[in-house]
Write a protein that binds this ligand. Sequence first.
Ligand SMILES: [Zn+2]
Length: 157
Amino acid sequence: MKCPKCNSTHSRVIDSRHADEANAIRRRRECENCGTRFTTFEHIEMSPLIVVKKDGTREQFSRDKILNGLVRSCEKRPVGYQQLEDITNKVEWRLRDEGHAEVSSREIGEHVMNLLMHVDQVSYVRFASVYKEFKDVDQLLESMQGILQEKNKRSES
Ligand SMILES: [Zn+2]
């Protein structure tokens, strides 16, 4: 990484964050020679991530699919698009951090729900019902109770 001003190859990273796409990282750098600050975008080559669906068929992982599912679940709810993108990015990174070539659609659904639960409960229930994670109403209520208990715990402390 060359400094645009003095061509020195020595720079240090002062800030890095995920760009909008999960496979890009934006880095703010400072040249150790002349102090010039510049920004770089690094794209990461990622190995394919395969999703194993409930019926055993496989398909390429798609972050758009997660995002679309979230948008549908959060319709007419006070949840911003940026929050949904954040959830999608977190889920993708979590899956890739685990390092498996194949993940189950159930696992993805669970990651999404764990994050969505803390953002909006109505959206969470909608999403959960789409993913058919709940076999019956009892199971759904049990899960809702867990959320409420956690909420109470947080407001007490
Ligand atoms: Zn420089």
